[in-house]
Design a protein around this ligand. Structure first.
Ligand code: ADP
Ligand code: MG
Length: 244
């Protein structure tokens, strides 16, 4: 059997005395798409932040490609280069051009020459369908374009896994689909993806597995056909009835 891309086994995390993640078990196979949903404050962001070590867990095991995450700075660095993350707020550098935002990581962290980094950046700008925006500053772009730049920036690091934390929540409604379309096409290309979102149309289209969280727990996980038609728990039914 091929190695799971991500494995969380019995993961517990506390913020001080607040038990934010409770016995999280989650497996993401290579090439799999997992969509996480659940009410605000249920721990979704904390799960994805633990996967790329933006947060530390206190108990349990997290493995990436079969290798356990430790607090060793070398391990943290290795994770950052294997796991891309796209946030709700795009987190682009405002004083840099789009192209410079995209070449910074590959030049600094991957040792690419400027020429190779620019070639790669243009390739991924094409991939997110904004090849002609390379010389603009982020503020000159729409929210949907900025988020696509953020996705291209992640792709420029050629990660094995992409994590998305509510990538369309900060966008005006008319810009949501241009970002989701790019995400669907990445999914079709076989990218391993963990996506926190309430965009259930997207989830139905791409998810191999749906995960529902509430109060720090994974209450339910399974294939979308079961999840949407016969959720097992009352909490999940209630949640779905509110957002669908
Ligand atoms: P979600 O993404 O599902 O909305 P989060 O993972 O952001 O949930 O947060 C889960 C819970 O942990 C919330 O109650 C939130 O207030 C709390 N929390 C998140 N980050 C911190 C932090 N750095 N310190 C203390 N509490 C936090
Ligand atoms: Mg969140």
């Amino acid at each position: 059997m091929s190695q799971a891309a991500i494995e969380m086994i019995g993961v517990n995390k506390w913020f001080d005395t607040f038990h934010v993640l409770k016995n999280i078990d989650l497996k993401v196979g290579s090439g799999e798409k997992v969509v996480i949903c659940g009410p605000s404050g249920s721990g979704k962001s904390t799960v994805v932040r633990c996967i790329n070590k933006l947060e530390k867990h206190q108990e349990g095991i997290i493995r990436l490609g079969g290798v356990e995450l430790t607090n060793d700075p070398k391990s943290v660095e290795a994770i950052r280069s294997e796991v891309g993350m796209v946030f709700q707020q795009f987190n682009l550098f405002p004083h840099l051009s789009v192209l410079e935002n995209l070449t910074l990581g590959p030049i600094k962290a991957r040792g690419l020459s400027r020429k190779d980094a620019e070639e790669r950046a243009r390739h991924y700008l094409e991939r997110v369908r904004i090849p002609d925006q390379a010389d603009k500053r982020p503020a000159q772009l729409s929210g949907g374009q900025q988020q696509r730049v953020a996705i291209a920036r992640s792709l420029c690091m050629e990660p094995k896994v992409l994590l998305f934390d509510e990538p369309t929540s900060a966008l005006d409604p008319e810009m949501i689909s241009e970002v989701l379309d790019v995400m669907v096409s990445l999914a079709e290309d076989g990218m391993t993806m963990v996506v926190v979102t309430h965009e259930m149309g997207f989830a139905r289209k791409v998810a191999d597995k749906m995960v529902f969280m509430d109060a720090g727990e994974i209450v339910e996980q399974g294939p979308p056909e079961h999840f949407f038609t016969k959720p097992k728990s009352e909490r999940c039914r209630t949640f779905l009835s509110q957002i669908l």
